[in-house]
Design a protein around this ligand. Structure first.
Ligand SMILES: [Zn+2]
Length: 179
């Protein structure tokens, strides 16, 4: 069952048409959790496996039209990127959401691990044996990451993520944090 624990989330609505035109980001290595939550919101975020040089980050941003999100004031300054102020990912997320007017319309449509847009599984039998039996028998909609092959479905984990996102988006400056 452990193998499946990462896979516990899924899509609700699929307005994928807007994904392509959305703002894209590259996050520095200090911002893993922020990157993950922006992906949960459906936004395209490049996040390096290891530490990348500032030059590499700048070059990816230029090449792919991405906005740099960084905890490094100097890098933000020389690249025209965004200096992320808080340590807490919720504060960071709130900053980015406000600055770029992000919304939840494509929430949970992207693989949080590798950033690819999820695809709906047309034939349910494909996921048989790849998800826990009780999930297979109680769910009819599944989604797959075309890059890493992870299977996703709507479940308690997804609800948690959605709640966290909603809390962050509704949070007043200096307001209370949940979790
Ligand atoms: Zn993936």
């Amino acid at each position: 069952m452990n193998d499946f624990s990462l896979h516990f989330f899924v899509i609700k609505h699929k307005s994928k048409s807007t994904i392509m035109g959305s703002v894209k980001f590259v996050a520095d290595h200090m911002l893993g959790k922020l990157a993950k939550y922006l992906r949960f919101m459906g936004y395209d975020v490049f996040y390096p496996d290891g530490k990348m040089s500032d030059e590499d980050i700048i070059s990816i941003a230029k090449k792919e039209g991405r906005i740099i999100l960084t905890r490094d004031k100097e890098l933000a300054k020389i690249s025209g990127g965004v200096y992320i102020e808080g340590d807490d990912f919720r504060v960071q997320l709130r900053q980015v959401v406000k600055q770029f007017n992000l919304d939840m319309s494509n929430a949970l449509t992207r693989c949080s691990i590798c950033n690819a847009v999820l695809e709906e599984v047309k034939d349910k039998s494909i996921v048989k044996g790849r998800v826990p039996d009780y999930v297979y028998s109680t769910h009819s909609e599944f989604y797959i990451c075309p890059k890493c092959g992870r299977i996703y479905w709507w479940g308690t984990h997804t609800e948690k993520i959605e709640n966290t996102l909603r809390n962050v988006l509704e949070m007043e400056n200096g307001g209370k944090h949940e979790n």
